[in-house]
Design a protein around this ligand. Structure first.
Ligand code: NAD
Length: 268
């Protein structure tokens, strides 16, 4: 395009990302990273007011939406509302999630098992499907689904969470292959242990053991929400233009480690 034509076309509009479950935790960290990179961010969360507050903290060009990712009608309406507010959706990060019960399997409740699958797996499917409509119509878009180290190897008692996160990797591959020729890239990230405010609180209350978690991580520390955000931002960017169907580990080496004993010790 010539300089004159570029001036006539005006500035390229800032890209729009929809991040689910971004009122707090990893999603909130991601939202900050995308906003810092020039995206307009739609924060969608079960906690609608918290989503609006998180968006407002980023600036007036961002917006918060109440959303239950497991509710098909609500997902359709929310994607429509985001498109109406911003004109389009260039990128989606399916981040919303809930924890497993951590009970022994014989004591687990089937309704709770189903709920975890509904939020993580069905939720990612629904948001990808609805946002994918506009992306396919425009022939461009990028979707990042948040899996976990729990989706790659076995974690006792986390049946539903692990199954949902492994399912997300498989669904990412299926969608990536279906939409590759339509200009829409679909990838996953598999975070390791990430230190969110919630995790810090649990550590502080002695409910989870930081030293035990850290000893399993070759890099000897927990991840930061912004580091997960940087990986998602990369996958959404043109620099990842030939990457689709991948699952990127963002875990300080967790998934690469397969030796006996701790992966990291302070004196090493
Ligand atoms: P978090 O609990 O701090 O935040 C999750 C957010 O999702 C909350 O704001 C919550 O309101 C929202 N949410 C829950 N159910 C929802 C629903 N039905 N619809 C819309 N929003 C909903 O959790 P986090 O630690 O930030 O985790 C974010 C994602 O990263 C999850 O998918 C989680 O499984 C994954 N993950 C986390 C870690 C970790 O160490 N924290 C590691 C690997 C993967």
């Amino acid at each position: 395009m010539s300089d004159l034509a570029e001036q006539a076309a005006g500035p390229t509009p800032r890209p729009v990302v929809l991040i689910t479950g971004a009122a707090q935790g990893i999603g909130a960290g991601m939202a900050g990273v995308f906003a810092g990179a020039g995206y307009r961010v739609a924060i969608a969360d079960l906690e609608g007011l918290a989503a609006e507050a998180a968006a407002a903290s980023l600036g007036p060009e961002h917006a918060g939406f109440g959303l239950d990712v497991a509710d098909e009608t609500v997902v359709r309406e929310t994607v429509f509302a985001v498109e109406r507010r911003f004109g389009r959706i260039d990128a989606v990060v399916n981040n919303a999630g809930i924890g497993d019960s951590h009970l022994p399997t014989l004591e687990q409740d089937f309704a709770a098992f189903r709920k975890v699958l509904d939020v993580h797996l069905a939720g990612s499917y629904l948001v990808a499907r609805e946002a994918g409509r506009g992306m396919i119509a425009r022939g461009a878009g990028s979707i990042v689904n948040v899996s976990s180290i729990a989706g790659l190897t076995g974690m006792p008692r986390r049946n539903a969470y692990s199954a949902a996160k492994a399912g997300i990797v498989a669904m990412t591959e299926a969608l990536a292959c279906e939409w590759a020729a339509r200009g829409v890239r679909v990838n996953a990230i598999a975070p390791g242990y990430v230190e969110t405010a919630l995790v810090a609180k649990l550590i502080g209350a002695g409910r989870i053991d930081r030293d035990r978690m850290v000893s399993r991580v070759p890099m000897g520390r927990l991840g930061r929400p912004e580091e997960i955000g940087q990986a998602a931002l990369f996958l959404c960017s043109p620099r990842a233009g030939f990457i689709t169907g991948s699952c990127l580990s963002v875990d300080g080496g967790w998934a690469a480690f397969n030796d006996a004993g701790p992966a990291w010790q302070p004196e090493r």
